[in-house]
Design a protein around this ligand. Structure first.
Ligand code: ADP
Length: 643
């Protein structure tokens, strides 16, 4: 993959050097090259604007079937940062204060040099010059100290802001509705919490402090210029005009340009992740070339998006150079004329020239900061967009008094107008064991997810003790009904932390040991070097898939819900162990209600009742013996499995 990418990049670099059209531009991006450059740029601008708007509106409608996470409005990013700054007024004041002192010190020196020039012209004595030089030295030292303090204050504030912003992102991501996370492309979410957090962090850590420094320096320099001579300040007006026009034109297109650019990174990530995750399918169906082409297109699109923002920057820089250099020339010309007319002294011209020279640095940095702020704002709107995913539940006050789980008229669609469940009714008797069997894709897992309150049914309701499961706060819901799937995550942390996860606070070591015992894990746990304190996870003690599954089950035992939905929860363990495990689980669970979604029919055999799901409907419901006697779908499945 990397080699191909390198070859391709090398290839396109070659083509670019020759000034030819890049090899393969996706049709959707082809811009007629016979058009004049300005027209091409205008079309690009239009397209980027449309895309950014599109990215913003997708998911504004919560039922939008389109995959992707929303993007917040730019204003929200400013409100967010403003809110963070409001709670850190002292740090902000310290940073601004030191910057003002540093800038003031920096501005004293040119004024003194100007005075020195005037005095020298008037024939002042050497002793006076020495004193002035000593004062200049002291001011330069003070400037260095203030600059250090300002930078330090900026860094402290920047890192503090970054920490707060990161915490916000983590909180937001953790409270995302599970159904929505799964529906959104994983590439998008990953890009947002890696690349976008990075960009935001650069903005917060670097751009904000520099913004304060540069603005202070620019404002104070203009004031100093005016105090020095209003006549010699006039050339700055021309600069200001050029800068305003250039920066306004830039800003108009930049935000949408950067949002589109980030969206293309998400697309590349999504294509890559999907290809890698589905490598076997890709291989089995011979899709390699197709996926490769798709990735090529994504990269090309991303390159186009980057080229667009780069063009915007390049255009901006041309104007910046003009705006910085022209006033210096004008000051010299105007100064010569003013001196002749007796309006200014040579010292004033010297001071003005030094001030203008001093202004180039902060102005240049200010523009750079504005550029970074665009990237930062775009990244922040994408991060804040994650928080705009509408919550799929509104917890109410009612708490279930009983433990009977009932589903009525359950319908559910992953894509609009494509129901995968067609009005399922199911009522669990407390303490019973219900097995759900049926062909693959018939909707068993979906039914399990609805019963466990992970997804909200499109119609109908799942209630526990007559309270809608979607009206229960998640921590309460988890003590009522839990879902166990084949995917088990072992978190980095001790074995104990991993087990008490769902009931942190009041679970004792004895509870943990009892839970591990109940899931038949005590043998291997006894062999762990540090028992419950053994650190698990990547790079530490790694568990086998079967052990991870046992830890997940032990987690449930500790969480202690009255109803469990097991979605092929024991499939990674070999059949004999599975049977044993289920046996000990059964002994422990006692009067708990269990819904077991199973491929292995022995689970069904042991169950009190069996629901056969076919094409999103419960086709048969009854005990093993009843269903065999009825000689329907189940009897057929059973006979096939037996033989
Ligand atoms: P089973 O558990 O019986 O194999 P599922 O409940 O997993 O069936 O799936 C039922 C139907 O819903 C299938 O057609 C499947 O392709 C579809 N489906 C399942 N999960 C998703 C998803 N995340 N997005 C879109 N369609 C899905």
């Amino acid at each position: 993959m990397t080699d191909l990418l390198d070859q391709r990049l090398a290839g396109s670099a070659e083509t670019w050097r020759e000034g030819a059209v890049p090899p393969r531009v996706p049709d959707s991006l082809r811009v007629d090259r016979s058009l004049p450059a300005s027209e091409r740029l205008a079309r690009w601008k239009q397209r980027h604007h449309e895309r950014a708007e599109h990215a913003r509106t997708v998911f504004a409608d919560s039922r939008s079937p389109e995959r992707g996470l929303p993007v917040a409005r730019s204003r929200k990013a400013f409100v967010f940062v403003g809110e963070l700054l409001r709670t850190r007024r002292r740090a902000l004041a310290a940073m601004i204060g030191f910057n003002v002192l540093a800038a003031a010190a920096a501005l004293v020196v040119p004024r003194m040099i100007g005075d020195l020039v005037d005095e020298a012209t008037a024939g002042a004595s050497l002793a006076q010059t020495d004193t002035v030089l000593l004062v200049i030295l002291a001011v330069v030292l003070a400037n260095a100290l203030f600059t250090f303090a300002a930078k330090r204050a900026g860094a402290v504030l920047g890192y503090d802001l970054l920490a707060a912003a990161r915490e916000h992102v983590v909180e937001t991501v953790l409270r995302l509705p599970l159904g929505k996370v799964e529906a959104a492309s994983s590439g998008d979410l990953i890009t947002r919490i890696t690349s976008d957090v990075n960009k935001m962090s650069i903005t917060v850590r670097w751009s904000l402090p520099y913004l304060v420094t540069s603005v202070t320096m620019v404002v104070l320099t203009v004031v100093a210029l005016l105090l020095n001579s209003w006549l010699l300040t006039l050339p700055l007006l021309l600069s200001a005009l050029m800068l305003t026009l250039a920066v306004r034109a830039y800003l108009k297109s930049a935000i949408s340009g950067y949002i589109t650019e980030s969206a293309t990174y998400s697309t590349i990530n999504a294509t890559m992740t999907e290809t890698v995750e589905g490598a076997r399918t890709v291989e089995a169906l011979g899709l390699a070339e197709l996926r490769q082409r798709r990735l090529d297109d994504d990269i090309e699109e991303s390159a186009q998006a980057e080229r667009y923002t780069m063009s915007l920057r390049n255009l901006l820089f041309i104007w910046l150079d003009f705006a910085f250099q022209v006033p210096l020339v004008l000051v010299v010309l105007l100064g010569t004329w003013g001196f002749d007319a007796g309006l200014v002294t040579v010292g004033q011209v010297t001071t003005a020239a030094i001030y203008l020279q001093q202004l180039v640095g902060p102005l240049d940095r200010l523009i750079q900061v504005l550029d970074h702020l665009q990237v930062g704002v775009a990244a922040t709107t994408r991060l804040l967009g994650v928080a705009e995913v509408p919550d799929d539940r509104t917890p109410g006050e009612a708490r279930p008094a009983a433990s009977d789980l009932v589903g009525r008229d359950l319908r559910f669609a992953y894509r609009a107008d494509h129901d995968v469940l067609h009005g399922v009714d199911v009522a669990l008797r407390p303490g019973e064991r219900l097995a759900i069997v049926g062909p693959s894709g018939s909707g068993k897992s979906t039914l399990g997810r609805l019963l466990a309150g992970i997804n909200r049914p499109r119609t109908g309701v799942v209630s526990v003790g007559d309270v809608d499961v979607m009206d229960l706060p998640l921590p309460v819901l988890r003590t009522e009904v839990c879902l166990v799937t084949q995917e088990h995550h072992v978190f980095v942390g001790s074995l104990r932390d991993n087990v008490v996860l769902a009931r942190e606070g009041d679970a004792t070591d004895a509870d943990v040991t009892a839970a591990l015992d109940a899931v038949d894990a005590s043998d291997w746990v006894a062999k762990l070097p540090e028992g419950l304190d053994t650190l698990l996870g990547h790079g530490r003690t790694e568990l086998t898939p079967a052990q991870a599954q046992q830890v997940a089950l032990a987690r449930l035992v500790v969480a202690d819900p009255h109803t469990l939905v097991l979605d092929e929860a024991t499939s990674l363990i070999d059949p004999r162990t599975a049977r044993h495990l289920e046996g000990s689980m059964a002994a422990l669970l006692g009067d708990r209600t269990v819904v077991a979604i199973a491929h292995r029919l022995h689970t069904a055999h042991d169950a009190d009742r069996i629901a056969v799901v076919i094409d999103g409907r419960i086709a048969e419901l009854g005990s093993h013996d009843d269903l065999l006697a009825a000689d329907g779908e189940y009897a057929h499945l059973w006979r096939t499995w037996r033989s």
